[in-house]
Design a protein around this ligand. Structure first.
Ligand code: ZN
Length: 322
């Protein structure tokens, strides 16, 4: 978020950038265009989804996917149009502009160069000399940094600063289309065979994940992460509903449970609303685009006609985490 204290100083710049922006950190280097393409498409997926969800009448194929992923048709959702609220909040920051350095709402990083683990076991941002909160990092951050099990990206929401979307270095390598052979190019000397073994997983993803999970996965990972940012909050950003927040099958299971839990007033019902789950939202946005292109999204997550696997398809079971 752009803090009020920064507004006056930034006014001149804001005249040209409409107030907010997302930024790709210079640490992305030669990957900048790749990241920009994916991020721009992620914002476009979000905007298109908002447009389609607000149509009256809604496209029945889209409404069917809404029911699959969220338990109810768009009009019948007990807690209202929360997806549209979150995605709509992203629209103001959808312009790439590095000129509002320091006051940007979301900054995307491709390396973990700014971060170091210190003797106290905590992770620090060397640029800002700030420590990442334990609960914000969770074990998954360590996994991203140390390259143990496959985590594609993470989002931090530091107090009073731009949200940080961290693309994990191994995933960036995968996105570039390289075979993931040798981790030493990423973090020389820090790796063990154990870590390698965990990342070089066999192709079991086709069992764990469905075709729609794997379609345009880089763009979808960024969109997933965007829904975690402070900017997406309505007031709270989307989360990874535990356990099993990821993938078409798990999201459908959340939808089923949400419908089943109706009337259980001992539980806060909105906690169970899959509209709060990042992957459910990202999958819906992807499905909406596919439907617009004439592709049928089947109830089992398969696509008709089947879509060719593109360069950005990852053959590893990926946890696109928060
Ligand atoms: Zn997540």
């Amino acid at each position: 978020m752009l803090r009020p204290s920064l507004r006056a100083a930034a006014t001149l710049s804001l005249l040209f950038v409409a107030g907010h922006a997302y930024t790709i950190d210079e640490d992305c280097g030669n990957d900048r265009d790749l990241v920009r393409t994916a991020a721009d498409h992620a914002f476009a997926l979000a905007a298109n989804a908002v447009t389609e969800l607000r149509k009256t009448p809604i496209n029945p194929d889209i409404d069917h996917v809404v029911e699959q992923l969220f338990g109810y048709t768009a009009a019948q959702r007990p807690w209202g149009p929360r997806i549209e609220q979150k995605l709509g909040n992203l629209a103001p920051i959808s312009t790439l502009d590095g000129s509002v350095d320091g006051a940007t709402d979301v900054r995307i990083f491709c390396t973990t160069k700014r971060i170091e683990k210190r003797k106290d076991g905590r992770y620090y941002n060397k640029n800002t000399e700030s420590v990442y909160q334990e609960d914000e990092i969770s074990n998954r951050f360590a996994h991203c940094l140390e390259l143990t099990p496959p985590t594609a990206a993470i989002t931090f929401n530091p107090e009073g600063q731009a949200s940080e979307i961290q693309i994990c270095p191994w995933f960036m390598t995968q996105v570039r289309g390289f075979k993931f052979r040798d981790l030493t190019e990423l973090r020389a000397g820090s790796l063990t065979l154990g870590a390698l073994a965990k990342i070089s997983l066999p192709v079991i993803s086709s069992m764990a994940y469905t075709p729609i999970d794997m379609f345009q996965v880089f763009d979808k990972v960024i969109l997933h992460e965007l829904t975690h940012t402070t900017q997406a909050g309505d007031p709270k950003p989307a989360e990874d509903m535990q356990p099993n927040p990821y993938g078409w099958k798990n999201c459908k299971e959340w939808a089923r449970k949400f419908v089943e839990s109706k009337g259980d007033f001992d539980r806060p019902p909105d906690f169970k609303d899959p509209q709060n789950n990042s992957d459910s939202i990202a999958l819906l946005c992807s499905a909406i685009e596919l439907i617009g292109l004439g592709v049928r999204v089947n109830d089992d997550g398969s696509l008709n006609p089947p879509q060719s696997r593109k360069r950005d398809v990852v053959m590893y079971p990926v946890s696109w985490v928060a």
